[in-house]
Design a protein around this ligand. Structure first.
Ligand SMILES: *[C@@H]1O[C@H](CO)[C@@H](O)[C@H](O)[C@H]1NC(C)=O
Ligand SMILES: CC(=O)N[C@H]1CO[C@H](CO)[C@@H](O)[C@@H]1O
Ligand SMILES: [Fe+2]
Length: 649
């Protein structure tokens, strides 16, 4: 079972998430609290991945094992397990049965526990030795105290199963990374059989190909704030949250577990204090699960405003606008290309600085971050990478897609029915094609780019002044050829148009009901036995209202979300220019721009078709919320659709 850490766009816009319990417990990562806010990283490994070297002690015997010790075998099963995890506990006996059976047929097996003994003493080495004895583990059970081996394997939860094939002298190659079977501790209807894992082992031992159709099933969304201590010292309180979501066969997502972590009372070096909550449908525990979800949503709503919206769209575009105005004359082709995408941005950013993101402004007073809001967003900016902002790169970076040279966009979505990604890729490809035709018309060679002194001065200012905090980053385009200019312009147009539209115009429709999408939390999860816990059990609504955004702030939030989600009457949409054909007298670029407009109209029809396709459950599912945010056109007002050329609100 492949784990992915994915961006929050998914959580933000796939709200069809609810349902009954499927149990799973994640492994604790002592290091994760120090992660940058919502840093998103793919932990998945792909088939063909070479088994990493390791050297780990076996607590039962004291022996140290290494990968080489298994080299004489045709196949190796590596399992990440631990003592306490309920899911592993549920499978332990069957794991023993299955491994005994296949070890007789030549399979090498090793189990690794990477759990921190600090947060889970019951996973410490002496208890591992006991467990190995108690269950009669036929395989060595190794202790990965530093968690380095787990990281090398990309393992982030327990149990995780990896089957490697050994072909003569070639290194161990991954042929299976998937589940034991469909059974889950909370679902007695599906018996434990080990079917999926045995099938893979049978195949590899008999020299057959292991089917590569191994759906990644678990997704993790992490929101960790390095600001937790500071925030908790104010009158808002929250946790770093980690959510594990199950990708079901119908393509919809179901939350399996939420981990809430807070800093250790003594020091960060003690690791976070974490607790895992799982879905419960009745009684006080159901209310507790509801609260756990609310903490995730609060972080998500805050990250959405400060990072997805303010930082990643509004703020990052500003330096480009300033540098364009300073260095590219109004008749410069790149100035003409980008101008519509700058149209309303400075104006709205000034307004935002006056009432929204200013000190004691609306964001500070009604969202979780409080006085640390802008500080948090500038902290996250340090990890911003311009070249990763185009949609394909963004999807790869977030681990929701893998490279696939056979597909038109060169990538394969791991969640096939992911409306933002699917619709966005169509828009991205159209933008890229338009920019490519345009740039190639004006620049007949790469040398022409190097020799364009206005363009070079523009770019130098963007990198060294506008984005000066990141000027030493090595990822900036050097702006030496057309490929770089095309990609840079396409990324910029994408950020200003579709990316902003996707994060902005759904805010009221998706998040305006603040009870469902609270923006701050005022107290932590109640402890069993406390008066607060008692209140949760007796009068949950009251307890919930005391926990989330207070009434006045909720009114402010819903009002502002409504205002922000509206299109002005003079909005200018992607593929349109208000000045008609007057913006250039060059006929080829004009023709090309018209083709771009027609392509967008075609895409809109295609998106409408997708939203009517009953098999796409994230558009046409029980929630009945079609994904319309990337329809290019719109009327004035609150329409939940429309891609303006520029960041206009
Ligand atoms: C960039 O590197 C130079 C030279 O090492 C250093 O002096 C400067 O402080 C760095 N600037 C930033 C913003 O990191
Ligand atoms: C309620 C709670 O746990 N608050 C903590 C938040 O963080 C501050 C600073 O570390 C602690 O002093 C509080 O106890
Ligand atoms: Fe906006």
């Amino acid at each position: 079972m492949h784990m992915l850490l994915l961006g929050i766009a998914l959580l933000e816009y796939l709200k069809s998430i609810s349902g009954t319990a499927v149990g799973l417990l994640m492994q604790d990562y002592g290091c994760w609290l120090s992660m940058k806010a919502a840093r998103i990283e793919s932990k998945g490994v792909t088939l063909g991945f070479r088994a990493p070297q390791f050297q780990l002690p076996e607590p039962l015997t004291g022996k140290v094992w290494a990968l080489e010790d298994f080299e004489a075998h045709p196949a190796l099963l590596v399992m990440f397990i631990c003592n306490h995890c309920p899911f592993v506990k549920y499978l332990k006996k069957d794991i023993v049965k299955l491994t005994k059976f296949y070890m007789k047929k030549g399979l090498a097996v090793v189990a690794i526990s990477s759990n921190s003994a600090a947060t889970h003493p019951q996973d410490g080495p002496e208890f591992m030795a006991e467990d190995a004895k108690l269950f009669g583990y036929p395989f060595p059970y190794l202790y990965d105290e530093s968690q380095e081996v787990a990281r090398d394997f990309g393992a982030v939860c327990t149990p995780e199963f990896y089957v490697f094939k050994k072909d003569g002298r070639r290194p161990f190659e991954l042929v299976y990374h998937g589940q034991f079977d469909d059974s889950r501790p909370s679902n007695n209807n599906i018996p434990v059989t080990g079917r999926d894992l045995s099938l893979a082992i049978d195949r590899v031992l008999s020299g057959q190909l292991v089917p590569s159709e191994q759906k990644p099933r678990y997704l993790a969304i992490e929101l960790g704030y390095p600001f937790l201590r500071k925030i908790n010292a104010t009158d808002t309180k929250t946790y770093a949250t980690r959510t594990i979501i199950f990708l079901q066969n119908d393509g919809t997502l179901k939350p399996l577990a939420i981990e809430l972590s807070k800093p250790h009372p003594q020091a960060d070096s003690f690791g976070p204090v974490s607790k895992v909550y799982m879905p419960v449908s009745e009684g006080v525990e159901a209310s507790i699960w509801f609260l756990a979800k609310a903490f995730v949503v609060v972080n998500d709503a805050t990250h959405h405003q400060l990072c997805s919206q303010w930082l990643n769209t509004h703020a990052v575009v500003e330096p480009f606008i300033i540098a364009t105005n300073r260095h590219l004359s109004v008749v410069h082709p790149i100035h003409k290309l980008l101008l519509p995408h700058y149209r309303d941005t400075m104006n709205i950013n000034v307004l935002a600085r006056n009432v929204l993101v200013n000190a004691e402004g609306i964001i500070e007073s009604t969202f979780l971050g409080g006085a640390y809001s802008v500080e948090m967003s500038s902290f996250v900016y340090k990890d911003w990478v311009f070249t990763e902002q185009g949609l394909p790169h963004d999807l790869l970076k977030r681990g929701v897609a893998v490279e696939d040279p056979t597909s038109p966009q060169c990538l394969h979505l791991l969640i096939e029915d992911y409306p933002y990604a699917v619709d966005g890729l169509d828009i991205w490809v159209a933008i890229k094609l338009w920019v490519e035709e345009y740039v190639n018309f004006y620049y007949k060679s790469d040398a022409a780019i190097v020799q364009d002194s206005e363009l070079q001065a523009f770019w130098k200012e963007v990198v060294e002044v506008g984005h000066g905090d990141l000027k030493n980053a090595t990822w900036w385009f050097k702006m030496q050829n057309r490929v770089e200019l095309i990609e840079a312009c396409a990324i910029l147009i994408w950020i200003a148009s579709a990316l902003h539209a996707a994060v902005n115009f759904g805010q009221y429709p998706y998040g305006g009901y603040i009870l469902n999408r609270p923006t701050k939390s005022r107290r932590l999860m109640p402890e069993k036995g406390s008066a607060e816990y008692d209140e949760v059990s007796k009068n949950f609504q009251k307890a919930y209202l005391k926990t989330i955004t207070p009434k006045n702030d909720a009114l402010t939030d819903l009002t502002i979300l409504e205002v922000l989600s509206r299109h002005a009457s003079d909005e200018q949409y992607l593929g349109q220019r208000n000045e008609g054909e007057l913006w250039t007298s060059d006929s080829l670029p004009l023709e090309s721009f018209k083709r771009f407009g027609r392509k967008l109209a075609e895409i809109e029809q295609k998106l409408i078709g997708r939203n009517n396709d009953e098999s796409l459950r994230n558009r046409y599912g029980p929630v009945k919320m079609p994904y319309t945010l990337l329809y290019p056109s719109s009327e004035e007002g609150l329409t939940c659709r429309g891609i303006p050329n520029s960041i206009s609100i």
